[in-house]
Design a protein around this ligand. Sequence first.
Ligand code: GLP
Length: 263
Amino acid sequence: MLLVLKPNSEELGREAARVVANAIRRNPFLRLGLATGSTMLGMYRELVRLHREERLDFSRVVTFNLDEYLGLASNHPQSFHHFMQQNFFAQVNVAPGNIHIPDGSVKGDYRQYCASYEETIRKAGGIDLQILGIGRNGHVGFNEPTSSLGSRTRLKVLSKETIEDNRKFFAADEEIPQCAITMGIGTILEAKRILLLASGPSKATAVANAIEGPLTASVTASALQLHGEVTFIIDREAGAQLKQQEYYQRVLEMTNILTPERL
Ligand code: GLP
């Protein structure tokens, strides 16, 4: 695990975009796992700038989004489809056929649909770099506390806490989705490399639990401890409850000396 501490959310977004851009420059066919949420906005803004000003080319990149609310049409303003379109896809040159986002309007056999999403990832050759945010309760994707650490893409009932966090985005309470389709923890752990971004004081407990707490299904981000190539890029506020900050700083300095090309 590598921890990169940034002073604020703007720098965090720039750093994340730099890692993604470098990965694309090394492999123009990158299979990139994407996430939504306010934490991601700075990264997408910077990627759009790199596309416009430095010709970062997404034309052969293949993307897989982590999750989508169940019951929201793709043009619903709070759907993750809409978020991705507005903040990223409409402004860069990812080929429409290379974009994959779970379909929240799917009806009927959810299991089959979720299995087909997994199959699409598998057929593409797996995910090279997966971007993650983190929920206040330590979830990644929509893998709420007590999700199986081996779980695959599936329908997931949202926790009260997550529904509460989403309330502000919906005009009427009845509109707030109760369920989502999300990649599972097992799916996420198969990505070759993982980048988790966290910003702001509301994420400090989740970040400390994920990095320094025990491996537990109660904080599904702690499952990342099982992965060999994880980088956390967090800002000061999100890192405020970490106990071993000095050590992480030393690790980062040594890593930069020993393997400067890593980031
Ligand atoms: C939702 C998404 C997560 C995201 C989280 C945090 O729960 N399913 O993937 O990490 O929100 O969002 P924000 O960055 O807005 O705090």
